[in-house]
Ligand binder design. Structure first.
Ligand code: HEC
Length: 154
């Protein structure tokens, strides 16, 4: 009975993989991580504009943007980076293969973003000077990962 169930489960999985492969098996994961990254970029843009004094400092807006980045950082994991969903193998992917060959370091970069965005949350809601002082740490956490693991777009 158990064997039959396992066979049924396995063929269900294989069946769905076969269907997905025709459509690009990584489309959902790539779309998901792009969405998460773009939301972080939008929020970073808001606090960045305040730091450059292009928009007036607003503690509530800055806090919300910082909280969004921290929330998204906590969602990032290998779930959005399935093995094989790399640059030139998965449509629209700019994820470098090193993500999977140096996975511990990649996960450390996610942990670093979690620390940086946590610290930035306090800074962003305090005042403009604190926000400005906190920008480098947060932006640095984005940049460190992109430098190692993201193919620059031409
Ligand atoms: C742990 C690694 C890592 C961290 C940290 C990280 N990113 Fe990314 N980011 C990536 C990778 C890898 C890609 C390429 C993903 C792809 O194209 O499939 C990417 C892509 C992007 C993109 C392009 C999205 C698109 O639609 O092509 C933006 C924008 C972006 N990141 C913004 C940010 C911002 C802002 C931060 C910091 C708040 C950040 N990222 C932190 C790894 C990271």
């Amino acid at each position: 009975m158990r064997v039959l169930l396992m066979i049924a489960a396995a063929s269900a999985v294989l069946g769905s993989v076969a269907v997905a492969e025709e459509e690009d098996p990584f489309a959902d994961a790539v779309e998901m991580r792009h969405g998460l990254m773009l939301q972080m970029a939008t929020d970073l843009g808001k606090v960045g504009a305040m730091a450059k004094e292009e928009t007036p400092y607003d503690a509530a807006v800055a806090s919300k943007a910082a909280a969004n980045i921290a929330a998204i950082a906590s969602v990032l994991s290998m779930d959005q980076f399935p093995a094989g969903s790399e640059y030139q193998k998965a449509t629209d992917s700019f994820a470098l293969p090193a993500i999977w060959t140096a996975q511990d370091d990649f996960l450390q970069k996610i942990a670093d973003l979690n620390s940086a965005s946590g610290a930035f949350q306090t800074a962003a809601g305090t005042d403009l000077e604190s926000l400005k002082a906190g920008m480098a740490g947060l932006g640095g956490a984005c940049a460190a990962c992109h430098k190692a693991y993201r193919q620059p777009e031409e």
